[in-house]
Design a protein. Structure first.
Length: 296
């Protein structure tokens, strides 16, 4: 069933677990992830990267997959950064947008996010923002401490903007880390941000490469959405490399790829604690946006 991200994350925050938010690039991976969530009976967030040009096409089939799924599925725009991204996501049928203005000075960023929250909420979409800035894994040693989320600022930001969830910078970074680099999460900071924001659902970007131990703790301590991409792609590449396609088995290529994605995502769902956490009926119908008028 298609739901907003807020519905998924409010429950996750209340019950202290994390929900997987894999990046999707095609109908093949989207389908594999929805099947994984169904087998795990877990809620799922499909994160569509901002750089995908054909948001209408990907939004269309993601929405069909979500609507026909037995588990709650939200469709979120990952790292939108201009109003064009937001309007496209609304038009394409997403149920949530991330509006990332984390590189702007505090006041300016808060002002822009607030304006987007007003627009998105008026048509029933949830909004994720980022405070502090999650950097790149290949530059980890240099910028790992550069822009960690400040708990007091986070409280102020949430109050000004009215966001539904917040991506925090607590020691992770986007992409694949260089050989030998293991990121360490600042769990004390996480605890302080969760407290200062009155238990707002929090999001971890750049989870690939983080130890299972850190992820397990983070999900119990307030991280409720875990963005994952690199590790899933690595599992897919690995499976394709190791498969013997000789003897007319070229047709297996899509099955091999989706099976690898599914297996890896199920492992993650178990680790995050959302296994078995799906519910069966949305409180206000399948698509919140169809009910927006009633709420005002
Ligand atoms: Co843009
Ligand atoms: Co990110």
């Amino acid at each position: 069933m298609l739901v907003t991200m807020k519905e998924i994350l409010d429950r996750a925050s209340e019950e202290n677990y994390g929900v997987a938010a894999p990046n999707i690039f095609s109908s093949l991976d989207a389908r594999a992830f929805v099947e994984a969530a169904e087998e795990a009976n877990a809620p799922l967030i499909l994160d569509i990267a901002f750089m995908i040009h054909d948001k209408y096409h990907i939004g269309y089939f993601a929405k069909e997959l979500a609507r026909n799924s037995s588990v709650p599925v939200a469709i979120n725009l990952d790292h939108g950064s201009c109003m064009r991204d937001v309007y496209e996501a609304i038009q394409a049928g997403f149920t949530s947008v991330m509006y990332d203005r984390s590189t702007l000075p505090f006041e300016e960023g808060a002002k822009e996010v607030k304006a987007t929250v007003e627009i998105a909420h008026s048509v029933g979409l949830s909004v994720e923002a980022e405070l502090g800035h999650v950097g790149e894994a290949n530059n980890y040693e240099i910028d790992k401490d550069a822009a960690l989320t400040d708990p007091e600022e986070a409280a102020k930001f949430v109050e000004i903007t009215g966001v539904d969830c917040l991506a925090v910078s607590i020691g992770s970074a986007h992409g694949i880390y260089p050989e030998g680099v293991v990121p360490k999460l600042d769990l004390e900071r996480l605890e302080a941000v969760k407290k200062s924001t009155n238990n707002l659902p929090l999001v971890l970007h750049g989870s690939s490469g983080t130890t299972d131990e850190d992820l397990l703790k983070a999900c119990k301590m307030g991280i409720n959405k875990i963005n994952i991409c690199g590790e899933l792609l690595e599992a897919e590449i690995e499976a394709l490399k190791n498969y013997d396609f000789s003897g007319g088995k070229a047709y297996d290529i899509y099955t091999v790829a989706s099976r690898a994605l599914k297996t890896k995502l199920k492992e993650k769902i178990k680790l995050y604690g959302s296994w078995g956490k799906a519910w069966t009926a949305a409180p206000k119908g399948l698509d919140k946006r169809e009910n927006t008028m009633e709420e005002h």
